[in-house]
Ligand binder design. Structure first.
Ligand SMILES: *Cc1c(COP(=O)(O)O)cnc(C)c1O
Length: 405
């Protein structure tokens, strides 16, 4: 599929197709039982989530509870360090709980409530998705089980405390390496046992259909707001839009608002310590086609074809694949995917803090660093960056590992 063959004015309606494919990527590669559960969620999504009652309730929640719309800020001092390009950030750090993740968690939990489910379950690695989902569960009065590897539980004490205070049940997973992969397996197993009463809430635009579509649609509020706000602020569209890509949910959120515009779009993957396998998590730049966690996409594989170990200083970007829609948008050339390493991300973390009074998440710092490089190359114009989250969670780690710069 070529860029020129795709009609982007109707793109969001036509992609994915009814089986959950973006071109050859996506689908639902799961056991039959789970496929039935996925079909039930798909069916519920198209009836419930498109109803005016659901839409108006979600709108109210976004306004009254999440604090949306989040603003766009012009970065005057940071822009002046790179020449004549104007940098702007969409402030998802100001979304309740400090990141974009709550956008899809509130949508998924509201759907769970409408479907009559009693419990929502998920896995978490660094704990960001767990905290957002525990927040949604508290808001809607749903039970919440968060599966987390024992190693991660030790490393992420503040997020574990947050989840517990919010009333979630943090389930310790002690299999294998005791990290994210084992937590995913344990959460799926628990879901299979009780899919009548529970719903599995995925943390990004990954997993089997309908999750990549559903999470994108719940995140698309970021792009809708940003396009309108940017036009109102400047009278024009940005020349480029930039977002970091782990699974790819914050990126799909903002990209979806600009796919049909004459705007260059860039996804930024983590290059970590360098381009050797195991030192980064830049799947779209270095990976190949394969199936994992129930969907077909581009992934980093080890010599056996299994998901490879990955690394990034940003734990939220540390995933061996990316959502199927990103693989599709890469192949058709609509979005360019490039990389930023740890060092440049940390540098941008301090620059945005010092020059603008905004402490970004290390994940988001990858997008800021890339926009600064891109801006220098462009020479003129404007770049809109999705600032996916705030950096409070990263401060202790950054000071300990890198010191104050
Ligand atoms: C989880 C997270 C990400 C990465 O997830 P995506 O699905 O790729 O958006 C990026 N930024 C922040 C702040 C996060 O918490």
């Amino acid at each position: 599929m070529k860029y020129s063959d795709i009609e982007f004015d109707t793109y969001l309606k036509n992609y994915p197709d009814k089986n959950g494919y973006f071109g050859k990527y996506g689908g639902a590669f799961v056991p039959d039982d789970l496929k039935k559960a996925m079909d039930e969620i798909t069916e519920a999504y198209f009836t419930i989530c498109k109803s005016s009652k659901f839409i108006s309730e979600l709108r109210r929640i976004r306004r009254e509870f999440q604090g949306r719309p989040t603003p766009i800020s012009y970065l005057e001092r940071l822009s002046s360090t790179i020449g004549n390009v104007q940098l702007y950030v969409k402030r998802e750090d100001l979304n309740h709980t400090g990141a974009h993740k709550l956008n899809h968690c509130m949508g998924e939990a509201l759907l769970a409530k409408y479907m009559g489910k009693k419990k929502i379950i998920a896995e978490t690695g660094a704990g960001q998705h767990g905290v957002a989902l525990a927040t949604a569960a508290a808001y809607f009065g749903l039970e919440c089980d968060i599966y987390m590897g024992a190693v991660d539980i030790k490393k992420q004490a503040p997020n574990v405390a947050r989840m517990k205070i919010l009333g979630a049940n943090v389930v310790e997973v002690t299999d294998g390496l005791q990290t994210l992969k084992e937590a995913v397996d344990a959460a799926f197993a628990a879901y299979l046992k009780d899919y009548k009463n529970t719903i599995y809430c995925i943390g990004s635009v990954v997993g089997p259909h309908p999750f990549p579509m559903m999470v994108r649609d719940f995140q698309s509020i970021v792009g809708i707001e940003a396009r309108e706000q940017f036009l109102e602020m400047t009278g024009e569209l940005p020349d480029a839009v930039v977002a970091c890509v782990g699974g790819g949910s914050n990126a799909m959120g903002i990209f979806s608002g600009f796919l049909n515009d004459p705007v260059e779009i860039y996804g930024v993957e983590p290059l970590g310590r360098g381009n050797k396998l195991g030192d980064h998590a830049a799947s779209l730049n270095y990976g190949s086609e394969g199936i994992m966690h129930g969907f077909n996409s581009i992934m980093l594989k080890d010599e056996n074809g299994d998901p490879a170990p990955v690394y990034s200083v940003a734990s939220g970007l540390d995933y061996p694949s990316s959502g199927p829609e990103h693989a599709f948008l890469r192949d058709c050339g609509r979005v360019k995917y490039d990389v930023i390493d740890d060092e440049k991300a940390i540098d941008a973390f301090f620059k945005l803090s010092r020059l603008e009074g905004i402490i970004p998440a290390i994940e988001s710092s990858h997008a800021v660093a890339y926009a600064m490089e891109l801006g220098k190359k462009m020479g003129k114009g404007s770049i809109l960056i999705n600032l996916s989250g705030r950096g409070d969670k990263d401060m202790d780690f950054v000071i300990e590992k890198y010191g104050i710069r």
